[in-house]
Design a protein around this ligand. Structure first.
Ligand code: CA
Length: 237
């Protein structure tokens, strides 16, 4: 598999160098941009496979960069933010970013985030989009029939749990924010919905765990949202 071309958007020279050195060491190709305007032109001209985007840029706000890119491209965007920009990180995900890294991050974290995105890109390439079957680990969903099986046993869900699970299964490996999930379920998003969502998530997890006590499917991102992790079956490895 050819390694992806990464566009590194970062105005801090030290951070940018750490990123490019890491990418080079791991055989990635990369391009760099040090401001928002450059990020936009580079995304258009070099057509990167993944954009690593610092949110605090000197010219345009990182969130605006995301919104602009999303108006013409679905290229995966991994946001890099400082802890003080926590709220920006959530806004960035709501605007269509795929994942995030919080500064300071380790080289391993950076590589792990890239691998997750690459794995998803690879999967999307070979996915049969006409199929109504969605699978992850021991979970199998038949969207046409509205049936969920875990370890070949039927999972009985409430309509809301089913809606949540469908959304998560259609976005494997992607972080979904509370707002994205609650507006999908209820058509709106309020503070009280987030508390409600937590209850539904707990219930959903418990039901899945009852039939598959080994795998961890739903990851919690505190203050941000949830991610359905890709679970590989051991016999397939
Ligand atoms: Ca910055």
């Amino acid at each position: 598999m050819n390694k992806s071309v990464i566009l590194v958007v970062e105005d801090d020279v030290r951070v940018r160098n750490l990123m490019t050195t890491t990418l080079k060491l791991h055989d990635y190709k990369y391009e760099t941009a040090s401001c928002g305007k450059e990020a936009l032109t580079q995304t258009l001209s070099s057509r990167p496979d993944i954009v690593l985007l610092d949110l605090g840029l000197p010219d345009i706000d990182g969130k605006e960069v995301i919104a602009t890119i999303r108006s013409w491209s679905q290229v995966p965007i991994v946001v890099v933010s400082a802890r003080s920009e926590d709220h920006d990180k959530i806004d960035a995900l709501d605007l269509g970013a795929d994942d995030y890294l919080t500064k300071p991050f380790s080289v391993d974290e950076l590589l792990a985030r890239l691998r997750v995105v690459e794995r998803r890109l690879q999967r999307e390439k070979y996915e049969d989009r006409t199929s109504s079957m969605v699978k992850n680990g021991h979970i199998e969903m038949d969207l046409a029939a509205g049936i969920v099986r875990v370890n070949r046993q039927e999972l009985h869900l409430t309509p809301i749990e089913y809606k949540i699970l469908t959304l998560l299964m259609k976005n494997i490996d992607k972080v979904l924010t509370h707002t994205q999930i609650t507006s999908h379920i209820w058509g709106h998003s309020e503070e009280s919905d987030v508390a409600g969502l937590r209850v539904y998530m707990a219930g959903l997890r418990k039901k899945i765990e009852r039939l598959d006590p080994i795998s961890t499917y739903i990851q919690t991102h505190i203050g941000v949202g949830y991610r359905m992790q890709k679970v590989d079956l051991i016999e397939k490895q």
